[in-house]
Design a protein. Structure first.
Length: 144
């Protein structure tokens, strides 16, 4: 799933129209009267991958690293019918844990620091190894 939250509904309509009209824009509730109304644009499934391919070059911080990792590995760990074999379920769990670990305590995971540059766009290869944990030293992160 790709979700974009913003207080500018026109920005989200722009993304919606340029994403071939896929997804949904919803309004969020305001917690207090003085809060600005907020909106969310959400796309799921393989349509989210297509949108992610379009916006990934413009992303920054750990979100870009996560987007690149997802684009390189998501299809090989997610069956189209949603039915996971034991082996595929294990790979999917590894994918999820690795994806969420792509943030460092002292900053963000940059390409090369966590191994994301080894991610492969070849869907037949093994899941690209990339785990960035805050407990490791810089030298350990570069050698894994």
């Amino acid at each position: 799933m790709v979700s974009i939250a913003n207080t500018d509904a026109s920005l989200l309509r722009f993304v919606f129209l340029h994403a071939s009209g896929v997804g949904k824009i919803t309004g969020k509730r305001t917690a207090a009267a003085h809060h600005t109304p907020s909106y969310a644009y959400r796309v799921t499934s393989r349509q989210a991958l297509a949108l992610l391919e379009q916006v990934a070059p413009y992303m920054r911080s750990y979100k870009k690293v996560r987007a690149d990792f997802a684009l390189a590995n998501y299809l090989q760990v997610t069956p189209r019918n949603g039915k996971y074999s034991v082996a595929t379920a294990k790979k999917r769990l590894e994918f999820d844990l690795t994806f969420m670990a792509l943030v460092q305590e002292e900053g963000v995971a940059e390409p090369g620091e966590c191994g994301i540059t080894r991610c492969s766009s070849n869907r037949d290869e093994e899941l690209a190894p990339c785990v960035s944990t805050p407990n490791r030293s810089d030298a350990e992160r570069r050698t894994h």
